[in-house]
Design a protein around this ligand. Sequence first.
Ligand SMILES: Nc1ncnc2c1ncn2[C@@H]1O[C@H](COP(=O)(O)OP(=O)(O)OP(=O)(O)O)[C@@H](O)[C@H]1O
Ligand SMILES: [Mg+2]
Length: 309
Amino acid sequence: MTMEVTEKRLLVAGDIMLDRYWFGDVNRISPEAPVPVVRVSKKEDRLGGAANVAVNAAALGVEVGLIGVVGDDEAASTIEELLTKKQIDAKLSHDPSISTIIKLRVIGRQQQLVRIDFEEPPSEIVLQTKLTAFTSEVASADLVILSDYAKGSLTNVRDMISVARGAGKPVLVDPKGTDFERYSGATILTPNKSELRQVIGDWRTEAELTEKAQNLRASLNLGGLLLTRSEEGMSLFTEDAILHIPAMAREVYDVSGAGDTVIATLAVMLMQGKSLPESVMIANRAGGIVVGKLGTATVSREELFASST
Ligand SMILES: Nc1ncnc2c1ncn2[C@@H]1O[C@H](COP(=O)(O)OP(=O)(O)OP(=O)(O)O)[C@@H](O)[C@H]1O
Ligand SMILES: [Mg+2]
């Protein structure tokens, strides 16, 4: 094997989801209601949320552990099978009282007709089990990613950050919601524009953004705040510098999941000893590559280091 071999281990924790697609033909309207009838001819399942972050990191050649909550149902088994195929070492907590998070899209005539979401927050007791599993996994990890989609797996994110930081591990967090206090003490936070706006309000100028972003970074005691700005690229705010990087995408097909690719790439580069600015630059390149892809939502090491123009 010529590929770089590394012993580094990443731990990902967060909201785990199954992205499910049912494709079929539409030939008639239902006799029951004025809706199309889709006769399903093809099904596809993909790992989503924190599981997609894990898959993206694994594609870059590190060992990946995954912690999170799923139900005790068919979707949970499907997720675990897909994770095994991707060689991700998942230690999922099963909550029999909830459905696994599923986002089911029904597609007929090349068109999404409906999306059906199954999601329920995990119970207190299972969250406790998950925290215990997380605590024991942190010990063997070089770095931790917390992928928050506000579905409830990271209700105790404060405890998770303090466990990981207490063990001396860097913690990268992809945040959600209006309360960023709970991410205090994280090494790097990676909000997108709307996530940041919800917390610091809108900004009219770059100067205003810088002031607000730096205040937030300081008040949350973060090592860095990385704002991902879609077609505007990204901006990194640290105590001693600000780095703006333009977007790299040439053609944009599918922007969903770009944030997952960015945080996974950032983590892997940091774990492999690259500096923060260098890691951010490479993560931005990964974001630019992944939005140019339909279907597969990962970037390989070869693509990342071959397509630098
Ligand atoms: N339309 C685009 N054109 C060029 N680059 C893009 C575009 N959208 C995303 N990117 C790249 O991907 C990175 C992350 O995208 P974005 O800021 O949209 O994250 P996000 O909103 O968390 O994504 P998602 O939630 O869909 O996973 C950007 O910083 C940029 O490098
Ligand atoms: Mg995102």
